[in-house]
Write a protein that binds this ligand. Structure first.
Ligand code: ADP
Ligand code: MG
Length: 183
């Protein structure tokens, strides 16, 4: 074999800067408002999964759609789902991409947490572990206490371990179900 200095770039293969890491993520999807063209929140979920399965993202698996009652003053029912995706995007770039998708579905950033929304996309888990920034924290800071997140996520990633508690999704769900029965 020739020393690498004597090889053409094609023979050497990708250089370090050309090699990209493939990240996996669990994304939570939510909708509680019709889209004027797409229709009901269930139709929004299907369209959103299609949008998530476009470059630079790929959907590896997704849950069924789960209907749940809303939290807060909104009277609308939520439809939720979860998707396992892979992409070369780092968490901050992925968040920007997801916000772009939300905007495409007509979500307005009015600053109220509980308003009606056509599409909400949250990053729940990342194969790289923990990302801690004021604008983005992964794992999602509230996911362990949300049935509407854990119910769909457990169907696609039951063995994924939360890097903060060290517990698997399956374990977190059992814990939440138990807490729910006591309260
Ligand atoms: P909700 O908490 O209902 O999802 P928003 O979708 O409006 O509310 O999110 C508010 C902000 O939360 C986003 O602008 C984003 O910067 C921040 N954020 C922090 N962590 C995450 C995460 N893991 N996934 C998505 N957004 C996050
Ligand atoms: Mg969100």
């Amino acid at each position: 074999m020739l020393p690498s200095g004597l090889m053409s770039p094609a023979e050497r293969g990708p250089s370090v800067s050309e090699t990209q890491i493939i990240h996996k993520y669990v994304i939570a999807l939510g909708s509680n408002q019709r889209h004027p063209k797409i229709g009901t929140p269930v139709s929004v979920m299907s369209a959103a999964l299609e949008a998530l399965n476009a470059s630079p993202l790929r959907v590896l698996a997704h849950s069924k759609y789960v209907a749940s009652r809303p939290i807060g003053p909104s009277l609308r029912n939520y439809v939720n789902a979860a998707a396992l995706i892979e992409t070369t995007l780092e968490p901050d770039k992925l968040l920007r991409h997801l916000k772009g998708l939300e905007a495409r579905f007509g979500r307005r950033n009015s600053g109220q947490a509980w308003r009606a929304r056509v599409l909400d996309l949250d990053i729940i888990l990342w194969s790289g572990g923990i990302w801690a920034e004021p604008k983005l924290s992964v794992p999602h800071r509230l996911f362990r206490n949300r049935t509407f997140v854990l119910d769909p996520v457990v169907t696609i990633a039951p063995d994924w371990r939360d890097p903060i508690s060290g517990l698997s999704i399956r374990h977190l769900k059992v814990r939440l179900d138990r807490a729910g029965r006591q309260s």
